[in-house]
Design a protein around this ligand. Structure first.
Ligand code: NAD
Ligand code: DAU
Length: 340
């Protein structure tokens, strides 16, 4: 099969491209990525010279480019991951989130429809459901109540994708996954940021009281679920993906410090994220029972492997966080600390 992966140089995308090359070696994988601050060709350095991985630098909103790629490479299906993905950035500047996540997805859907592709897999998020109280878990029929500009833009893309199935009969599948962690995650997200700061004995900024809960899944387990959804998912259906590993942020931060042998005095409680969702938890029974998905790792094993990866790949995270990103982080941190 010839597939297009959008956002294949980002965190999940690069792990997915590598997973596909390993687990589906006969597939040709075309990777379309704009290489924003979050996308790095270096994430796929080990695939250099692989004839079945083709990288194209470009924007998902460029229809002419999409037509060319689909024709030239005989694309049959799309894994759509390209997005602006960071909630804090969507609060600082929502526009690019609407541009890429909503309008970009629409251009991609139109191209998929025009070329009558076999399947469009929309990689959505559990953030479409909003925040949970202290009990319960999101099912596929939970109401959609996105809170941030990021989650609202993803909800729009998710719903437009489903509308293309209902209205035009397009073959689409939507997945809604919980928080991922693992190698190549940009250190603006909780786990890699805390690891990198702890390794450099820098303060670890915990938002609010640190009691917000996320449900964590190793990125490889997410990739396995995406391939199952592509191959076996029912058209027009939504599948929740989650690891059953609910943790308070503060517990994760303390676990990272303990694994690295660093003191808890590095923790700084800073101003909370505006509109911060309190708790996410996913009920993954549908993908388990209908598609036979199950995760391969416990959170504790995955976290310790991930910490080791960041210890061994200091040059990677130092390079991707140099320059403009450093400035963004230092300013964010200083402002939050002042306001706390
Ligand atoms: P990421 O920010 O690490 O990567 C996004 C990639 O998309 C980057 O390589 C970037 O260059 C590319 N991109 C951005 N705008 C583009 C455009 N206009 N055209 C082409 N490429 C563009 O994100 P991630 O964490 O890997 O997330 C990937 C997808 O999975 C996103 O759609 C996100 O909403 C979804 N998701 C993420 C998580 C998570 O925990 N990270 C969980 C559930 C769903
Ligand atoms: O749930 C899926 C979503 O998970 C994805 O759709 C998003 O793309 C992805 O970024 C992630 O969103 P979160 O906002 O949950 O992830 P983040 O790593 O930014 O934050 C995780 C939690 O940690 C959240 O409660 C905020 C908190 N946090 C985050 C940062 C960056 C801190 O306390 N301090 C920090 O410095």
């Amino acid at each position: 099969m010839n597939v297009l992966v959008t956002g294949g140089c980002g965190f999940i995308g690069s792990n997915l491209v590598r997973y596909l090359r390993r687990e589906r070696p006969s597939w040709k994988v075309v990777n379309l990525d704009k290489l924003t601050y979050a996308g790095n060709l270096e994430n796929l350095q080990d695939l250099e010279g692989d004839p079945n991985h083709v990288f194209v630098k470009g924007d998902i909103g460029n229809r002419e480019l999409l037509d060319l790629i689909i024709r030239q490479h005989g694309i049959e299906a799309i894994f759509h991951l390209a997005a602006e993905s960071h909630v804090d950035r969507s609060i600082l500047g929502p526009e690019v989130f609407i541009q890429t996540n909503v309008l970009g997805t629409h251009v991609l859907l139109e191209a998929a429809r025009a070329h009558q592709l076999k399947r469009f897999l929309m990689v959505s998020t559990d953030e479409v459901y909003g925040s949970l109280g202290p009990t319960g878990a999101f099912t596929e029929s939970s109401p959609l109540r996105p809170s941030s500009p990021y989650s609202a833009s993803k909800t729009s893309a998710d719903l437009v994708t489903l509308a293309y199935h209902h209205t035009f009969g397009m073959d689409v599948v939507v997945t809604r996954c919980s928080n991922n962690y693992g190698p190549y995650q940009f250190p603006e997200k909780l786990i890699p940021l805390m690891i990198a700061n702890a390794l450099d004995d820098k303060p670890l900024p915990v938002y609010g009281d640190g009691g917000n809960v996320r449900d964590w899944l190793h990125v490889e387990d997410h990739c396995a679920a995406l391939v199952l959804a592509m191959e076996k998912g029912k058209s027009g259906e939504v599948y929740n993906i989650g690891g059953g590993a609910e943790r308070k942020n503060i517990e994760i931060v303390k676990a990272i410090l303990a694994m690295l042998g660093k003191p808890e005095s590095l923790i700084r409680f800073v101003q909370d994220r505006p509109g911060h969702d309190r708790r996410y938890a996913i009920d993954p029974s549908k993908i388990r029972s209908e598609l036979g998905w199950k995760q391969a790792r416990t959170f504790e094993d995955g976290l310790s492997q991930t910490i080791k990866w960041y210890v061994d790949h200091r040059s990677w995270w130092e390079r991707v966080t140099s320059g403009a990103y450093r400035q963004y982080f230092e300013t964010q941190y200083a402002n939050r600390l002042k306001a706390a």
